[in-house]
Write a protein that binds this ligand. Structure first.
Ligand code: SAH
Length: 367
């Protein structure tokens, strides 16, 4: 049993079972044993790889996107470029390099990073030390927001804790993490039903309540609706809401049992984009998308960027570039181009943002 598993089992024996959100929060953010707190989990040798780590083109296109949003905002003299959960700092590094194409934007922006992990803050510092901007770190989103802002979050919402409820013949019961007879962690259900939840669903259905992600989107939507700017969220999940248990654990690029290795495997959930968009609208912002990552990147000129970089590439560089780009836009239900969606919440005074031009908010439904 891992140190964190022992500590959680002890806590459960003293205080009773944990809600799934508390379990997730401990696994990812425990000050000593939390998955992100003690290590850098990215890359081929790590547990998973993200879009900015796959190809520099991802961050470059988003940097150019940010520059054109800034222009559409009327080119304010000062603007915060905020990233939530910047990982190794690669996305911000690539964005800033591309933003250099518009020197006035580069001069107007200051870089603000919301990051809980001291290990990853250090990686971000190293990645950004050579760029002009001096980054500012924050523990919480609200601390990072002041004045006009362009906020970017890749694979951030999927790491925010959520709660789960299971439909029983009597009603919805919360799914809890307890301890079994052998002393190991095990799922169970709350004795009481939760009568605040409505929704007709077959017995056994799982309803997820992504409170932290909804609050994050709402905070940014409220801010940009008044102070100006946008929030861009890229993550995996469905465009339409539905039932289902999406909690998953990943270690060395393979799925593992979510209770087996707390603190030593990444824990994520799928993002319910329809609900995130509704939350943005309710907070006073406009919602653009969700669109697939493939459609978004192609609309931003992925193909043209690829051709421009190809002309200067060695054969080996060309191979890496081509395979990286292919992976970013690959189609198929589990492939990045299709499973990943892009949603922007924006100041309603802004025109339709680049990358979303051909799409309207899909019909939304929540049981
Ligand atoms: N955006 C990066 C990393 C994604 S992993 C990329 O695409 O490569 C998730 C990131 O969010 C990590 O940097 C992690 O430390 C950070 N994170 C997760 N939960 C957080 C929270 N509650 N507050 C601040 N940062 C968090």
């Amino acid at each position: 049993m891992s140190l964190l598993a022992q500590e959680l089992a002890e806590l459960i024996r003293q205080e009773g079972p944990l809600g799934v959100s508390r379990y997730m929060a401990f696994c990812l953010g425990h000050p000593r044993h939390g998955y992100y707190m003690k290590q850098d989990p990215f890359g081929a040798a790590g547990d998973f790889t993200t879009a900015p780590e796959i190809s520099q083109v991802f961050g470059e296109l988003i940097g150019l996107w940010a520059a054109s949003v800034w222009q559409a905002m009327g080119a304010p003299a000062s603007i915060r470029l905020v990233e939530l959960g910047p990982g190794r700092g690669t996305l911000m590094q690539d964005m800033l390099r591309a933003a250099g194409a518009l020197p006035a934007f580069r001069e107007a922006l200051s870089v603000h990073l919301v990051e809980m992990s001291p290990v990853l803050r250090e990686r971000q510092r190293e990645a950004l030390v050579a760029s002009v901007a001096q980054p500012h770190w924050h523990d919480r989103i609200d601390q990072a927001l002041d004045g006009p802002a362009i906020v970017v979050a890749n694979e951030f919402l999927d790491a925010l804790p959520l709660d789960q409820f299971v439909r029983t013949p009597e009603g919805w019961r919360e799914r809890l993490v307890g301890v079994d007879d052998e002393g190991g962690l095990a799922f169970g259900l709350a004795g009481e039903t939760d009568n605040s939840l409505s929704g007709v669903a077959p017995v056994g259905s799982v309803l997820e309540q992504p409170t932290a992600a909804l609050e994050a989107v709402a905070a940014i939507a409220r801010h940009v609706a008044t102070a100006g700017g946008t929030g861009l969220f890229i993550d995996y999940g469905p465009a339409r809401s539905g039932f289902g248990d999406t909690l998953q654990a990943l270690k060395r690029h393979a799925f593992v049992d979510v209770l087996a290795e707390p603190g030593d495997a990444d824990l994520t959930v799928h993002v319910d984009f329809a609900r995130m968009a509704q939350t943005g609208l309710a907070a006073g912002a406009a919602a653009h998308g969700p669109v697939t990552q493939r459609d978004f990147l192609l609309a931003l000129g992925l193909q043209q960027r690829f051709e421009a970089l190809s002309r200067r590439a060695t054969p080996a560089q060309f191979e890496t570039l081509a395979s990286g780009i292919e992976r970013l836009i690959e189609t198929g239900p589990a492939a990045m181009g299709e499973l990943f969606k892009v949603l922007a919440v924006a100041d309603p005074k802004l025109p339709l943002l680049p990358g979303f031009d051909l799409h309207r908010l899909p019909e939304q439904g929540r049981p």
